[in-house]
Design a protein around this ligand. Structure first.
Ligand code: OSB
Ligand code: MG
Length: 369
């Protein structure tokens, strides 16, 4: 048994190189929350993926800071544990999976470092490199979009995800399809459509040869996603709808799609991610690892998760340089031929640049046992 001796939660603002717009709003500046948990002189790191506004999930930077500092961290610091993979403080606390995931994922990094193995290995993943895609935000014009698709294809990305919303959908997608007839293109609507109003539009998208349509309908409506999947051939992929292994089991049972985007931050951590992966694999649904515009710390966890065998579709785990002028880990993430090499050092396998992180920190809370 050992004990969590110290926790440091920091807010580190990072500016995206490019404004990133989805159907529910846009992001230029990320308020990244970084957590470090320390036990026996070993430090485990994680990133909380909550956004600034409640436009993707109800959680925000502020709610995550509150839940972590008021409820979760006081419980976890000083607590004894046998295995860092099982940090689940305040089990009575409902919801807030992004806040909870920060603790859980730092625990996994800590445990992997204690055992001196890569996080990939502790998770049970075998791949040494994982296929990579890119997610392109809504653009002002089709010309801007085509230029970006062209550039990302040239860089070697193996999946091109295009954000859509009503008014920027079928015609825009058709323009991209006409210009790049064989490109691996998919669309992500972030819940912007409704089945009763938009079925004809969604049916038009069905003829564009898309790899999948991600989260077209309401974030809490699996029944409508099931009805839609029954009416179109393009696979429906669920993102916002899946917040736990229970949600995934229900989606599989209802056939509310055919693919799941797994984001460990969204589902409360890596343990839940593994459970969702296993359930999908048993049912024959492929999965892929999504992203939340993470810094290198969160990206490292995502890359490790994507080494599991069910992750057969390229993930939203693009190069550090696609997001940031300068990342906060060393080395930065950089793909080779559309494949991201998986770090093979202990734990997340990349080093948080503590000097730079400290210099950028705007808010910090330290917990000591
Ligand atoms: O829906 O997958 C999404 C970013 C923020 C919020 C939601 C989503 C996204 C992305 C970005 O698509 C993926 C990435 O990190 O590159
Ligand atoms: Mg999505």
């Amino acid at each position: 048994m050992t004990r969590i001796a110290r926790a440091v939660l920091r807010e580190v603002p990072l500016q995206l190189k490019e404004y990133f717009e989805i159907s529910s709003g846009g992001t230029q500046s990320r308020r990244v929350l970084l957590l470090m948990l320390e036990a026996d002189g070993v430090a485990g790191w994680s990133e909380c993926v909550a956004g600034e506004t409640p436009g993707y999930s109800y959680e925000t930077t502020e709610t995550a800071w509150h839940v972590l500092t008021r409820w979760l961290l006081p419980q976890v610091v000083g607590s004894e544990f046998e295995d860092g993979r099982h940090l689940y403080p305040a089990p009575w606390l409902r919801g807030h999976p992004m806040a909870r995931a920060a603790i859980e994922m730092a625990g996994w990094d800590l445990e992997a470092k204690r055992r001196d193995v890569p996080l990939r290995e502790l998770l049970g993943g075998a791949a040494r490199e994982v296929p990579v895609g890119v997610s392109i935000g809504l653009q002002k014009s089709d010309a801007d979009l085509l230029a970006r698709v062209d550039a990302y294809m040239a860089e070697g990305y193996r999946k091109i995800k295009l954000k859509i919303k009503p008014g920027r959908d079928v015609e825009m997608l058709r323009t991209v399809r006409d210009r790049f007839p064989d490109a691996p293109v998919m669309a992500d609507a972030n819940s912007a459509y409704s089945l009763s109003r938009d079925l004809p539009r969604l049916r038009e998208m069905d003829d564009l040869g898309l790899m999948m349509i991600e989260q077209p309908l309401h974030h809490e409506d699996l029944l409508d996603h099931a009805a839609l999947q029954g009416r179109i051939d393009t696979p429906v992929c669920l993102d916002e709808s899946i917040r736990s292994p229970g949600d995934a089991r229900l989606a599989l049972h209802l056939r509310a799609g055919r693919i799941v985007n797994i984001k460990p931050g969204r589902v409360g951590g890596l343990r839940s991610s593994l459970a969702i992966h296993d359930a999908c694999r048993t049912a024959g649904w492929p999965v892929w690892c999504g992203g939340m515009l993470e810094s290198g710390v969160g990206r490292a966890h995502n890359v490790a998760l994507a080494t599991l065998p069910g992750f057969t579709i390229p993930g939203d785990i693009s190069n550090s340089s696609r997001y940031w002028e300068e990342d906060i880990v060393d080395p930065e993430f950089e793909m080779v031929d559309g494949m991201m090499p998986v770090p093979d050092g202990p734990g997340i396998g990349v080093e948080p640049r503590v000097d730079r992180i400290e210099a950028l920190t705007t808010r910090m809370e330290v917990f000591e046992a």
